[in-house]
Every structure is written in C-alpha cells, then in structure tokens.
Ligand binder design. Structure first.
Ligand SMILES: C[S@@+](CC[C@H](N)C(=O)[O-])C[C@H]1O[C@@H](n2cnc3c(N)ncnc32)[C@H](O)[C@@H]1O
Length: 294
C-alpha cells in the first residue's frame, strides 16, 4: 500500500507547518507503508522535536510541572557529609584535625601559579589563634567549579572543613544558582549557603547579627577583569561596607585575587585603603591579601 500525495503534503502542513521542500521527498514518503508510519516519521523528526521542545519549555504549564517534579521533599537524602571525590579528592582522609588535613590534602593542591597556600594557612592560623569555640565566618563568592583548586581555590570547601572540624558558624553567599548548586554538593550541612547578591545578604546579616563580630571575612565574588579592575574592586568595597558593623578588633579579612600578574590591588584595591585607614595589621600579602583589625 502506498500513501497518496495529498496525505504527505497534508502531514507536512499539519505536523511541520510548512510545504514539502521538493517533489522528490514527497515521492519518498509516498513509499511508506501506512499513514501511521508517516506520522511516526514526522513526529520523530529532528525538525518536529526541536519545534515542540521550544514550545514546551516556554509554556507556563511546563515550567510549573517541571519545578513540581524537581522540588519534592528529598526523603532521607538530606546532605550531611562533604563530597571529597566531587572536588577531586579520591582518597578520603581519616583525620579529624583540620591543620593535619590542610598540610596533607589541601596545601599541595593550592601550590599552583596562584599559590594560595600561604594566604589560606595564615588566615586559618589567625582564626584558630582567636581561641573561639564558634567563630563567625562569612564568604562572598562560593565554590563554583568543583576540583578547580589551582584556578578558583575551592575556598568554600576549605571553610566548610574548618567549620566542621574546628567549629564555626559559616555562611557563604552567591548570586548564581549554578555556583550555589556546586557548593551545596561539595560541602557538609555545616555550611549555610545563601543565593542572593552578596551586598544585600551582608546588609541583612549585619542587621540580624548586631552585637556579634565577624571573625573571618573571605571576599571573592564579582570576577576581576585585569583590563578593567574597578567594577570588581568597587563591588568588594560595597561588600565590606555592608558588613562593616560586624568588623571589629580581631576580625580577619582576606581578599582573593589581590596580586594578579603585575597588578597590585585587584579585588581588594579599595578595601586596602580602608584597611590602611583602620591601621589593620597585614598578615599576608600575596595572591591573596589578609589583614587583621587591631
Ligand atoms: C571566583 S568565583 C568564587 C570562587 C570560590 N571562592 C572558590 O574559591 O572556589 C566568583 C563567584 O562570585 C559570584 N558572584 C559574582 N557577583 C556576585 C554578587 N554580586 N553577589 C554574589 N555572588 C556573586 C559568581 O557567581 C561566582 O560564583
């Protein structure tokens, strides 16, 4: 049995919404055994699926069903433990001592071109030396690319390990859901992640934590453009001013991407001036800059 010319042309118009490209293709489709086979061919075609997918994803009904399907309660799968393999650490260390972990696992991974090892080490030692049971740690810009030790630094994973093993309240803020998603998967439930603009979140944290001190402030959000560093430096300065009410004597402040190639200041160019005004003590000056308020 063959299919009539009209049926093929009708299928083009009804299913693909256009005229056939040539008489040859009409003849090819006419050779199919049945109209059902013809319909299946059209419904499975790249052209139809691409159009249908576009329509489906744009439909409000789809968006609502999709969110519903993905946001059911995660029964029994609450996050608890850090995911070491996710950040490229296959051998899960058997120690509960943060500084032992830092020496054996984290330090070798931080010693790339950017060499954040000394900055992180100084920052964590200073935090420990504050001698607090539950210091408050705030971060802007969370772990976005898992395993990117040499590039971004995996600061959120390090801070999570500190909070878990030494004890701390740790909040990290990022305005990109993809970054928050990576950090959520990498870190333990000791870490509180906030999906929002860092300045807005810091203003609220400063207001609800009135009377407390931020013990460690790690700033690494708005990416630095070496050809135009001002927007990034300005954003980090705004973050600092937003959390300023919690910056007190003893607060440790670390800004990433400070000395980048020949550039000095980077993300911290404006914060450095504030630190000078406040006569803060410089703990480290390298790829990262670390200060402690006197
Ligand atoms: C360099 S990455 C952070 C890397 C991370 N600290 C690490 O060591 O792996 C910068 C992050 O800042 C976030 N970001 C950029 N602008 C922001 C803003 N205004 N508020 C909050 N986060 C922001 C980006 O989404 C990105 O995830």
């Amino acid at each position: 049995m063959t299919i009539s010319r009209e049926t093929v042309v009708g299928a083009y118009r009804l299913i693909l919404g256009r005229e056939p490209e040539s008489e040859d293709v009409i003849l090819q489709y006419m050779k199919l055994g049945s109209a059902e086979q013809l319909r299946e061919e059209f419904l499975q075609s790249e052209e139809f699926l691409a159009k249908a997918a576009g329509r489906l994803f744009d439909a409000p009904q789809f968006k609502s069903r999709y969110k519903q399907a993905l946001t059911g309660t995660l029964q029994g799968s609450a996050l608890n433990d850090p995911d070491y393999p996710y950040v490229g650490i296959e051998e899960v260390p058997g120690t509960d001592d943060f500084f032992e972990l830092f020496d054996s696992v984290f330090a070798p991974r931080l010693m790339g071109t950017k060499n954040r090892e000394p900055g992180f080490r100084r920052m964590f030692e200073a935090l420990r030396d504050l001698g607090l049971q539950r210091p408050l740690i705030l971060e802007s810009g969370c772990l976005r690319v898992p395993g990117n030790w040499a590039g971004d630094g995996q600061s959120t994973f390090l801070l999570d390990a500190y909070a878990r093993l030494e004890g701390a309240d740790f909040f990290s803020v990022d305005n990109n859901p993809e970054s928050v998603d990576s950090a959520r998967r990498a870190c333990s439930d000791r870490t509180q992640l906030i999906l929002n603009d860092s300045v807005a979140a810091f203003i609220t944290i400063a207001s609800i934590c009135q009377g407390r001190r931020v013990d460690l402030l790690y700033l690494d959000s708005f990416d630095l453009d070496p050809d135009d560093p001002a927007p990034s430096a300005a954003h980090h300065a705004r973050e600092f001013e937003a959390i300023r009410p919690l910056v007190k004597s003893g607060t440790i402040i670390c800004v990433d991407d400070f000395r980048v190639g020949d550039m000095v200041g980077g993300k911290g160019a404006l914060i450095e001036a504030r630190m000078r005004e406040m006569n803060a003590h410089v703990l480290h000056d390298g790829y990262q800059k670390v200060w402690q308020v006197r």
